[in-house]
Ligand binder design. Structure first.
Ligand code: ASP
Length: 446
């Protein structure tokens, strides 16, 4: 069995939805489809999830929200009309939205999750109803019906391991096509709890793992994963084959085509992921598997928004427990760090800016007080550039080629790091040099 997931632009209007259903209905293996909320139909459009967040903002401020609720319902009603759906679901959707607003009156996080989840939930119901109207046996299944239990962390849910078997049991009793809303699961009480943004990919992966699918197809609006950001490089090449580990490295530093948490359910069973294009479904796209024949560098990614805290202390290398105490300070502040390059008497911690924004001053004081460092400084606006590829392990000269390219483009390197797995090389550079750096590396390797 193949599990397919369709992103927001693939289900943004009737025309796209018809393409989606054509992809599913013309293949017996494609039985389960996970759908996102309607995304943007054009560059200036607003995703339904964002319309729902606007509705939430109004409710929270106790302001009149008629316009916001109407904006959401109008999007769905235009999809229904374009599809010529016989029985409208809009009145039902209105009642559901109003019931959430009433029920979670004093629970803002629950309300936000219930409203956010409605984009996928309503879209799945419309798509299933339309496919049934076409005479194809189709069932809409909600995460509640599926017993898709997740941790009770609004906006950041994690699947509970017992869910896989429970979901499989439900699916095995159903014939025909199954349409499932992405992006959320339920807690023990049945409240909707969403994954992080872009989380429909995670739902797809959970389903693929639950039914032990032979393939997880992730349909989007590009024909696979590009070797570099297409907003920086004109028509970059498409990566045909990747491993899970390479994919993780690339998505860590800026590749947004596939949610990095979505790989987790797939690792264990080794279920392959095929990133494909709804608008060009015959294109082979990018296949992500456990292993692949090793070739050189496959991709370059870059992400901004890192801060480096640099510390110096004379004889740091002789001071037993220094790093442990540093890490426990980070723990007290509930901060996770990304990298920790070090010398004999100096150490830096690289953290994502959003982790430290309002804690930085207090963190610096705590480090000064508890570790008695000689010097401490903060450098912000750092970009992390990753060069990724299995082949690096056996190829000599990758670092040389990269540093030469940086030199030619006059880019100053702040940091270099290569993990022991040797599938990626990381470079810290000034955030303003991001575009030049990606161009320099892409031109050198591709
Ligand atoms: N609709 C959600 C979002 O915009 C989830 C998704 O599309 O995957 O983040």
């Amino acid at each position: 069995m193949i599990v397919c997931k369709f992103g927001g632009s693939s289900v943004a209007n009737a025309e796209q939805i018809k393409k989606v259903l054509n992809i599913i209905n013309t293949s017996n293996d494609r039985r389960i489809a996970i759908v996102s909320a309607p995304g943007k139909r054009h560059a200036d459009d607003i995703k339904v999830t964002d319309l729902l967040i606007q509705l939430y903002d109004k409710v929270l401020l106790s302001e009149n929200f008629d316009k916001e609720i109407n904006d959401v319902l109008t999007r769905f009603s235009s999809i229904e009309q374009e599809l010529k759906l016989n029985d409208s679901l809009i009145d039902k959707f209105k009642i559901i939205l109003e019931s959430y607003i009433k029920k979670y009156n004093n629970q803002p996080l629950r309300l936000l999750d219930a409203l956010k989840s409605s984009g996928e939930d309503f879209n799945a119901q419309i798509i299933a109803a339309y496919n049934s109207q076409k005479g194809i046996k189709t069932t809409y299944l909600s995460p509640n019906q599926l017993n898709m239990l997740v941790s009770d962390e609004p906006g950041n849910a994690i699947i509970q391991s017992e869910s896989y078997d429970l979901i499989n049991k439900v699916i095995s009793n159903i014939e025909g096509k199954i349409i499932i809303p992405g992006f959320f699961g339920v807690n023990k009480e049945g409240d909707h709890v969403t994954f992080s943004r872009g989380g429909s990919d995670i739902t797809g992966a959970i389903l693929a793992r639950s039914v032990n699918a032979e393939l997880y197809e992730n349909f989007t609006d590009v024909s696979g994963i590009f070797a570099a950001n297409p907003n920086i490089i004109e028509q970059p090449s498409i990566i045909h084959n990747l491993t899970y580990a390479e994919m993780r490295e690339l998505s860590y530093a800026g590749f947004k085509v596939f949610h990095d948490e979505a790989l987790m359910p797939l690792f264990k069973e080794g279920i392959p992921v095929n990133i494909k294009n709804t608008n060009d479904p015959v294109h082979p796209g990018t296949m992500v598997k456990r292993s692949r024949p090793s070739t050189g560098v496959v991709g370059v990614s870059c992400d901004k928004g890192f801060v480096s805290i640099n510390m110096t202390k004379y004889l740091m290398n002789r001071e037993i427990g220094f790093t442990r105490r540093l890490l426990s300070i980070l723990e007290q502040f509930n901060i996770s760090y990304e990298h920790m390059p070090s010398g004999i008497d100096d150490i830096s911690i690289i953290i994502r800016e959003n982790q430290v924004s309002n804690k930085l001053e207090a963190l610096i004081s705590a480090i000064q007080r508890e570790l008695e460092v000689d010097e401490i400084s903060v450098e912000d606006n750092i970009a992390i550039l990753m060069i990724v590829g299995l082949g690096m392990k056996t190829q000599i000269g990758t670092a040389n080629k990269a540093t030469e390219a940086f030199k030619q483009s006059n880019i100053n390197l702040k940091m270099i790091n290569q993990g022991s797995s040797e599938i990626s090389m990381m470079f810290g550079i000034d955030g303003d040099a991001e575009k030049d750096a990606v161009k320099a590396i892409y031109n050198a390797f591709f």
